[in-house]
Ligand binder design. Structure first.
Ligand SMILES: [Zn+2]
Length: 126
């Protein structure tokens, strides 16, 4: 469990995490991080397959003003904690994304490299 809650983030910032689940089974799930202003300041989209215990990170976005505060890291850790022992990869990574996911791989010991979906049921395009 990470520090996100209705009371805010670990250091008291009033951030709220909400989860939007697609209607389709195995459809994309979206985690939205809402800032004190009520605006969405971060988003992580991913999908998982329970059958083969794989996951794929489709998109991670943090608002410029909230960069370098560990929010992307917390979103990823939150998802990994919910899907223990899953194998993961990601869609194509930007230059920043490459560095970020390499650091996350080192920290979590969960491989988060770019690649085609690990589950054949997950379509290539998000
Ligand atoms: Zn599968």
């Amino acid at each position: 469990m990470t520090g996100f809650s209705d009371d805010g983030s670990p250091d008291g910032r009033p951030l709220r995490l909400s989860r939007v689940t697609a209607a389709a089974p195995n459809g994309p799930v979206e985690l939205l991080l809402t800032g004190p202003c009520g605006r969405v300041i971060g988003r992580l989209r991913f999908r998982t397959c329970r059958t083969c215990r794989t996951g794929r990170i489709l998109d991670l976005w943090i608002c410029d003003a909230w960069h370098n505060q560990g929010l992307g890291r917390e979103l990823v850790c939150f998802v990994l904690a919910q899907c223990r022992d899953y194998r993961w990869n990601t869609t194509l990574q930007s230059r920043t994304g490459l560095a970020f996911f390499a650091a996350m791989t080192r920290e979590t010991a969960v491989s988060l490299h770019h690649g085609s979906p690990l589950c054949p049921e997950l379509p290539l395009v998000a």
